[in-house]
Design a protein around this ligand. Structure first.
Ligand code: BMA
Length: 324
């Protein structure tokens, strides 16, 4: 059972008749096309949250120079999105931090009174940028969380043992051939420490590297974490995703972890695009009352899709198909 967050207007579509999987795709995917704004080459790996009586988000929009930029967007129903034509220009106190090189793969996390954005931020190589906003119009950038090189920085939606908590994936400057998920904590979102190992890559679809996906969801069985896993085929990387349940008070302790993937690139829009064979989840909406979960994921580094799961069925599946 999901422990917090009522969202009666969560986007939803029932599981199709005869579907044997625990995660199923929206029938009208992709929901965001690559050219949804004038300057975009592709819109994918993006993060959405409930906002006012609808939804808001931060979107990875690579432009036609192929520069990686972040744009805010809004939606009434979580399916039809209006994305700002202009990229986010972060406000900052220190010039050193404000020199924007590039930004990609955002996550958005509501903690206490504001929305935090974490993303892969260019600072002499990729690292984890953090900013906050109240309205998705003005964004205040904080210090980078970690030294380069790092990717897939994902905050927990509340303090744990009195500290902010984040998952991340130390990496290199290129198309990293390795990657484990680590946990870090901070008293103030500036200074991070107490780094703990969470998970390493392991067999098959997750054999090359793994990285945290959406903000974890608090359930009776632990933190529900969707994470991507990569395998190296003769034609290059293949990105799928699975899920794990992490201990509530010590989230670096993995209780369960799916041996099979939950979703792998199979549809044309997941297999054909700027980077073929990629499903990459960056956000999940949930409604504790109905147990509905909507997962937003980038497809082939080109467009954005959504897929669904029912919490109880999913948690049972993770427990029944777990190998640590
Ligand atoms: C990763 C990131 C993601 C991307 C993936 C597949 O390293 O760059 O943004 O989806 O590769 O290209």
């Amino acid at each position: 059972m999901i422990l917090s967050g009522s969202l009666p207007n969560i986007p939803w579509e029932e599981k199709p008749e005869g579907c044997r999987d625990v995660v199923w795709r929206y029938s009208k995917n992709p929901i965001i096309q690559r050219d949804a704004i004038k300057r975009s080459n592709s819109i994918f790996n993006s993060a959405v949250v409930p906002f006012k009586d609808g939804f808001a988000g931060v979107f990875r929009c690579d432009d036609k120079r192929r520069e990686m930029l972040l744009h805010a967007g809004f939606s009434k129903d979580g399916i039809n999105w209006i994305i700002d034509e202009e990229p986010i220009r972060f406000k900052y106190e220190d010039e050193e931090i404000g020199k924007f090189e590039y930004g990609y793969d955002p996550r958005v996390c509501f903690i206490e009174d504001r929305y935090y954005v974490t993303w892969c931020n260019g600072y002499h190589g990729p690292t984890i940028g953090i900013a906050y906003t109240f309205d998705f119009k003005t964004f205040y950038q904080l210090e980078n969380a970690f030294l380069p090189y790092n990717r897939n920085g994902v905050l927990f939606p509340r303090k744990i043992n009195g500290k902010y908590a984040m998952l991340s994936r130390p990496s290199d400057t290129g198309h990293t051939k390795f990657g484990d998920i680590f946990y870090s904590e901070s008293p103030d979102l500036i200074y991070w420490g107490k780094h703990r190992h969470v998970m390493a890559p392991r067999g098959w679809w997750q054999s090359t590297k793994i990285g945290a996906g959406p903000v974890p969801i608090e359930t009776e069985e632990g933190w529900l974490l969707f994470y991507h896993g990569v395998l190296t085929s003769c034609n290059g990387y293949v990105y799928s995703f699975g899920a794990a349940l992490l201990d509530i008070d010590e989230p670096w302790k993995v209780k369960y972890r799916t041996e099979p993937y939950l979703l792998s690139p199979q549809k044309l829009y997941e297999c054909v695009g700027d980077v073929p064979n990629v499903v990459f989840p960056c956000a999940a909406l949930h409604d504790k009352d109905s147990g509905r979960i909507a997962i937003y994921y980038g497809c082939a580094d080109t467009v954005t899709g959504v897929c669904f799961a029912q919490a109880d069925e999913l948690i049972n599946f993770i427990k029944d198909n777990s190998k640590l």
